[in-house]
Design a protein around this ligand. Sequence first.
Ligand code: HEC
Ligand code: HEC
Ligand code: HEC
Length: 492
Amino acid sequence: MKPLSMMLSMLTIGIISSATMADVTPSSVTIANSTPMASSLPNASSLPNVSPANSDLVNRGAYIARAADCMACHGEDYTGGSPIATPMGDIYSTNITPSKRYGIGKYTENDLKNALRKGRAPDHMIYPAMPYPSYSGMTDEDISALFAYLQTVPAVDEAPEHETDLPFPFNFRILMLGWNAINVPSSEKREGLTQPQQRGEYLVNNLEHCGTCHTPRNSTMGFDKGMYLSGAPLGEWYAPNITPDNDSGIGTWSEHDIVTYLRTGQLDKRAYAGGPMGEAVAHSTRYLKDEDLGAIASYLKAVPAIETENKVTAVDVSTLPNPISESITHDLIAQKDYLKQAKAKAGSNSPEALYLAACASCHGVNGYAQSDAGYAPIVGLTSIRQDQPDALINVIVHGVDGATNTSPKMPGFSEDLNSEQIADITNYVRVNFGGLPASDVSAEDVDRVATAEPEQPFLIKYAGFLAILGIIAALLIIAFIIRNIIRSRRRV
Ligand code: HEC
Ligand code: HEC
Ligand code: HEC
């Protein structure tokens, strides 16, 4: 490694993740015309902020803003203030409305380009909780359109409620220079792709920044490029392997399946977009044009398949329960009666009885909820077929907020159920609704997951110490360079 980059990397050592950003449950987001996700494949939801009164450029910019999912973090009104949890502490998104005082009203187009591509605001470095390592590949045309659009957003003259305040050494934003030297850009262009696949690559890597959640991190919290899209833990969630591997990825999904999932947030008896993915669908992918979703699907089929340890048991539909009957699934009173009978039959303390008492009022006796009302049908989901039960345990322990203000929430059960009961329900759900031959989640597993601290990569943990070492090293190098310069001057 060259001394400069070594020095920089020592100085910066770690820093930040946008990975853990999925911990963000941007809470203040509302969708103006939110429609419940339908189960058949509907057209793209129409963009709420596109109007014939706008110029073509502005309308194109509104689409770019959706495709790049700016709202997921900066909020539906772009006023910011959502915390992005990182191992170093919360980083708050900022006001990016055209307010001159609190927002980006004074930005030139070039300023926006630098912010998106290099992580440089006019007067400071930006933390990579803002996904500029992905946006670094954005085209000039897309940034121009986005700039034009952002100027039409109503200015809000208000600072976000919270400001970022990271501990030493991360409060020195200048350290990001070193981090950027190692970790930006975050992806390379693949060879031999068809034209639609190239478009898909641009969407996946640059605009939609899918890798910020689905690619694991290396010790400096940059992307682990060798494990591209092969799945990563995400706070209480797990972003699955989306490479075309058959056993641990989505190799068995057709391109149409991928499009359906990104458009509607679900795939019958296979997958559901909950938590952070639910937000990505609600704010971004459901608005994409058919050809763009098709391009993403085609590209995901072309990336190298990576086999990972967290295998997903294939669904054998014949072993899964059937919906009780259409009429009961859609009739609340009939459901209540049916649930009552089922509870009476199950006795009082069996895992089945626990499931019926705690879960069935929302997810149905057989796991088929009223999905048109936003309650997840849970039969066959990836999250319950994974070898690692952590994601499912987390959902039961912590609940789910729902992707938008209007979507129903799931309560957490850490107070109403003990670890043993949660383990029983987890096993019941995995075997009966996931089709797993067996499941042996224990109360200890539940305790481990429920009390887990987000894992800090080594370098982050010791960053304070290492940064001081780095600063000392840097001073030594500078002293050495100065000495050499002085010496060579003397020689002249
Ligand atoms: C994953 C969350 C996330 C997404 C998605 C995101 N941002 Fe950010 N953005 C942030 C955070 C967090 C900050 C503040 C970082 C800091 O304090 O250094 C930020 C800061 C910024 C800034 C710097 C503001 C300033 O001058 O301080 C700009 C400009 C910006 N974002 C624009 C955008 C645009 C445009 C998009 C969509 C293309 C976008 N962001 C998408 C999280 C996000
Ligand atoms: C009050 C209603 C309610 C109850 C009770 C409830 N859930 Fe949920 N559950 C939901 C909603 C709503 C979602 C979808 C959230 C979203 O859109 O992300 C969900 C999502 C899920 C998911 C999908 C996770 C994923 O992969 O995205 C699973 C699994 C699940 N619930 C299991 C359970 C279990 C097991 C119980 C009982 C211990 C339970 N739920 C109790 C409402 C409920
Ligand atoms: C903010 C983090 C985040 C982003 C960004 C994100 N995902 Fe996800 N994704 C997740 C999580 C978490 C899940 C698991 C959802 C669940 O279990 O309910 C998931 C699930 C999926 C699944 C289902 C996999 C399976 O086996 O069930 C697919 C496919 C997927 N994502 C594709 C994408 C694509 C393509 C993009 C970019 C357009 C993307 N994701 C962006 C977090 C994210």
